[in-house]
Design a binder for this molecule. Structure first.
Ligand SMILES: [Zn+2]
Length: 192
């Protein structure tokens, strides 16, 4: 997940959000955002909205000093997307408003060690959320480390139509895989 820095990209996402879409999730993303904002981010003064869009990264946020928009890819607008996935995305994106990017050797660093430490504190569900994403969606995702984001590939509609593996099974599978590779001290996952 990343901040939108490129103006052209921001404009494309802005256009995409105007295309109306049905909400397939079994819970209200907007209500969840309001709850997380009030309970965990009372210091964030911007008004924040959330939109599903059919382009761009898996999730990102654009903001001014008064308002912010979180964009989640339509790939996740699905009846079997777990609550934990959406809640950890919303927490991650709101955290970008609290902990702005820094600059290191002329390069923008969106996810500083401070950012990751804060995320670990407020989003323990991120491990299971990541496990679910890795098992269910990885064939249509592309990690872009230099851009510090994950893009959704053009084949996402095929993946959208496939049944999902339950989040508890995903978590167990990924834990076993990591333990087999790294031993019990498996490392942190990367960014969204
Ligand atoms: Zn991020």
């Amino acid at each position: 997940m990343s901040l939108i820095f490129e103006l052209i990209e921001a404009r494309k996402v802005e256009l995409a959000r105007r295309q109306p879409s049905l909400d397939f999730l079994p819970f209200s993303t907007a209500e969840l955002l309001t709850k997380i904002h009030a309970e965990l981010f009372p210091d964030v003064s911007q008004t924040v909205d959330v939109y599903f869009v059919a382009r761009g990264p898996l999730a990102c946020i654009g903001h001014t000093s008064e308002s912010a928009s979180i964009y989640i890819h339509q790939l996740l607008n699905h009846s079997e997307t777990p609550f934990a996935v959406i809640s950890s995305i919303l927490k991650h994106e709101l955290l970008h408003l609290r902990i702005p990017s820094t600059s290191e050797h002329g390069r923008k660093v969106q996810h500083s060690p401070e950012f990751w430490a804060a995320e670990r504190e407020i989003a323990p569900e991120r491990h299971s959320a990541w496990a679910w994403v890795e098992i269910n969606l990885w064939t249509c995702l592309r990690r872009r480390p230099k851009l510090q984001r994950i893009d959704v590939r053009a084949n996402w509609k095929t993946v959208w139509n496939q049944p999902r593996t339950d989040i508890a099974i995903c978590e167990q599978t990924i834990r076993e895989q990591r333990a087999a590779i790294y031993g019990e001290q498996a490392g942190e996952q990367g960014c969204w």
